[in-house]
Design a protein around this ligand. Structure first.
Ligand code: NAP
Length: 507
């Protein structure tokens, strides 16, 4: 008979969000929980993205948990290998292994309104949980564009987040599709190895140098010996980024001043005026994610690299054809084409109180209350939910704010006592989103003249937070019960007639 386990909380995903939730639950004294992970190890996006050159463009001391500082970061900007090792270390240090259910892919989860719990079907058995914390992350499901003829391509094809390390690129003719944060790290890493590299650039990114350097032994010794120096370093990195926020959210014109620095960076590396023109963006700095690399432009200037300033339109046999008609014969195609962010696949697998999936509920755009809960999905919380992303700072700060909210949510359930669920009121969700969207109008992401993965199919920015991380921290410090409906189980029928569900209004 298939195994069934009931837990207080089921966390989905074991990246920064899922592991952070697990640590926080334990700190709240909750040990009756599992972390359901579809892969065979922890790490989330930092496990899946192992492409050559993969690194973080947020400084190491800020891109880590405040409760798990690492005095031994080897570089100011960490590589994927070190971040992944850090997450393994967090898993061990905080005793999370017994909670992990690896190779358990969540196939479907459904709210049972009678039992007031989530029924969860995974690839390795079923679970039920009073509360689900969905920490699947927005950068977990690779997106490959629907390119005519791709199926008939005789060579090698893979996505940046599913790198095939067994495929030797030495001497190969490679098409790299896309010029996002992943591609600009891949290009300089593979350019010296490949025979010919053709970069398909639909939109040129703004690129600044990344001030990466080795962290000296003396610095590490200082951080180990006097931990407050590590905290101070983090505080400084955080403060600088907080000061930048209003340029993105209120005064995008200020960002125009930095465009000159970025253009100078381009001119320094690219001497050929025709190539420089191709690589010069025509939208406001910051509208798309700002990319940091000191190696990208120099790699593009190498004789074995061609930049096709056009998207990939089709594939004919071993020939890749750009939208401008350029044809190139290649041995391999690497897609650096991003992820399903505003259409995350997990949303199709979650069925809420009204019998609708999260994807159906979000058909006109993702919406949540304080980036966490959604109307119609009681006791369901998303880590890095709608409008919690950042354009310039560390997502770990946002995750930790959401963990505060999760901790208070769990406390509220305990105080209410018995079998109980909280359901975000549609009016509260609506009010929160109106506020977020009205602030979005002035941001560079909306007004900067670009298209980006921050925007959904309707042109709404449902991914980024239009404020400082400090503001989000204050907004998520506590659960405001007035924003929720308290749901208790139906009372046992005393007559043949059924009684309506007892829903308490606390507002
Ligand atoms: P991305 O930013 O979504 O970039 C996708 C790229 O693919 C864009 O340049 C897009 O062009 C291009 N594209 C899509 N379809 C195409 C087509 N048919 N032909 C040519 N180009 C096409 O994806 P990503 O680079 O994987 O990065 C996603 C996010 O991951 C980043 O924004 C960042 O948040 C995160 N990331 C972070 C780091 C880090 O250092 N912390 C590193 C890697 C990734 P358009 O611009 O024209 O749409």
């Amino acid at each position: 008979m298939a195994k069934h386990e009931h837990v207080r909380v089921a966390v989905i995903g074991s990246g920064f969000g899922g592991l952070g939730a697990a640590v926080r639950l334990r700190r709240e004294g909750i040990t009756d929980f599992v972390v359901l992970e579809r892969a065979d190890s922890v790490g989330g996006t930092w496990r899946d993205n192992s492409y050559p050159g993969c690194a973080c463009d947020v400084p190491s001391h800020l891109y880590s948990f405040s409760f798990a500082p690492n005095p031994d970061w080897p570089r100011t900007f960490s590589g994927q290998r070190h971040i992944r090792a850090y997450l393994e270390h967090v898993t061990d240090t905080f005793g999370l292994r017994p909670h992990l259910r690896l190779s358990h892919e969540v196939l479907r989860t459904r709210w049972d309104g009678d039992a007031l719990r989530w029924e969860i079907e995974t690839s390795k058995g079923s679970f039920s949980a009073d509360v689900v914390v969905s920490a699947t992350g927005p950068l977990s499901d690779p997106k490959i564009p629907d390119v005519p003829g791709l199926d008939g391509f005789p060579g090698k094809v893979f996505h940046s987040a599913r790198w095939d390390h067994d495929y030797d690129l030495t001497g190969k003719r490679v098409a790299m599709i896309g010029t996002g944060a992943s591609a600009i790290q891949i290009v300089p890493a593979i350019q010296p190895t490949v025979g010919r590299l053709t970069l398909f650039q639909r939109t040129p990114p703004w690129v600044m140098r990344r001030m990466d350097r080795r962290i000296t032994g003396a610095e590490r010794w200082l951080h180990r010996t006097l931990p407050f120096t590590s905290t101070a370093r983090r505080g400084l990195l955080w403060g600088i980024r907080e000061l930048q926020v209003s340029a993105f959210t209120k005064q995008p014109a200020v960002l125009g001043l930095i465009e000159n620095l970025a253009k100078a960076n381009l001119a320094k590396s690219i001497k050929d005026p025709a190539l420089r023109a191709k690589l010069t963006p025509s939208y406001r700095f910051g509208c798309k994610r700002i990319l940091l690399s000191g190696e990208y432009y120099p790699a593009l200037a190498q004789p074995n690299v061609d930049v096709v300033a056009s998207g990939l339109r089709e594939v004919r046999g071993s020939t890749v054809v750009a939208a401008d008609g350029t044809e190139t014969e290649v041995d391999a195609i690497i897609f650096g084409t991003g992820f399903h962010v505003t259409d995350m696949p997990i949303a199709d697998r979650v069925v809420g109180a009204e019998g609708l999936t999260l994807a159906e509920t979000w058909k006109d755009g993702m919406e949540s209350l304080r980036g966490a809960t959604a109307a119609g999905f009681p006791n369901w919380m998303t880590i890095i939910g709608p409008n919690t992303g950042l354009g310039n700072s560390s997502m770990i700060l946002m995750i930790e704010s959401q963990l505060n909210y999760l901790a208070d949510y769990m406390r509220q359930l305990t105080v209410l006592g018995g079998r109980v669920a909280l359901a975000a009121r549609p009016s509260a969700v609506g009010a929160w989103n109106r506020k977020v969207q009205s602030r979005m109008e002035r941001t560079v992401w909306k007004s900067g003249g670009c298209d980006s993965w921050y925007l959904d199919a309707n042109g709404r920015n449902t991914t980024l937070w239009p404020g400082t991380t400090g503001e989000f921290r204050r907004e998520t410090r506590q659960v405001d019960l007035a924003e929720y409906e308290i749901i208790r189980p139906k009372a046992a029928p005393v007559t043949a007639e059924s009684t309506p569900r007892d829903t308490e209004a606390v507002a």
